[in-house]
Design a protein around this ligand. Structure first.
Ligand SMILES: [Zn+2]
Length: 227
């Protein structure tokens, strides 16, 4: 039997406590919408079919997501931007350790929030390796997962991820994935998504928005793809 899972990716929850990047605002969701999604996952016949992830290392990962996940017995993966650790509105080392202590998986989102295909080999290796080492120092354990910034990757990026000892890389490609795949798609939740769209996403079908973006050739834009 083929086992499939569905990746749900969040960024910020509630009101941002830092200055957002251009195009980032639609990827922040309200507390109400976030809790609605978590309730849907927790009420599913098999909640383990869903993998919940968070990109960027916003403070809301700790202040909002952690208690909401714990209250529902859910776990998640947090992909942290290491250049932001300790900055206003972002996770600090203590927050990251609190997530780890609650059984959450900590992974890398790189250092500087740049699109990895645009980097030369040296800069790409630094993003992948130095961010991992920093997080391993904080967590005191191996970091083996990466969340790919803006969902942008190519064959060279995937090769570099493997060379930097990552076991799993999370894209923003939408749809279902086989649970042992190296590259795993996720669907990013947006604040402006309707309930019918979130229902579609929870059913594992590619979101109409994603299909539209692909049809319009918009997948190379930074925050249009997300992440
Ligand atoms: Zn990101």
């Amino acid at each position: 039997m083929m086992t499939y899972a569905i990746g749900l990716n969040f960024h910020g929850i509630g009101k941002p406590k830092r200055v957002l990047e251009p195009g980032e605002a639609p990827y922040w969701v309200s507390l109400g919408k976030f809790e609605y999604m978590l309730d849907q996952v927790a009420a599913a016949p098999d909640p383990s079919r869903f993998v919940i992830t968070f990109d960027d290392g916003n403070l809301s990962d700790h202040d909002i997501a952690l208690p909401a996940l714990t209250a529902r017995g859910l776990q998640a993966h947090f992909f942290v931007l290491t250049s932001r650790i300790g900055q206003h509105g972002a996770l600090d080392a203590g927050h990251i350790r609190a997530l780890r202590d609650a059984g959450m998986t900590i992974g890398s989102h790189g250092i500087d929030h740049v699109a990895w295909p645009t980097l030369n080999d040296t800069a790409l290796e630094r993003e992948l390796r130095d961010s991992r080492v920093r997080l391993e120092d904080i967590c005191g354990q191996q970091v083996t997962e990466a969340g790919i910034p803006f969902g942008r990757y190519d064959a060279r990026v995937l090769k570099a991820l493997r060379a930097a000892n990552y076991a799993t890389a999370w894209s923003s490609d939408s749809g279902k994935f086989r649970t042992h795949a190296f590259l795993r798609p996720r669907t990013s939740l947006r604040g402006d998504m309707s309930e019918s769209m979130t229902t579609l996403i929870l059913s594992g079908q590619m979101s109409p928005l994603r299909r539209l973006r692909r049809a319009l050739g918009m997948t190379q834009r930074r925050w249009m793809v997300t992440g």
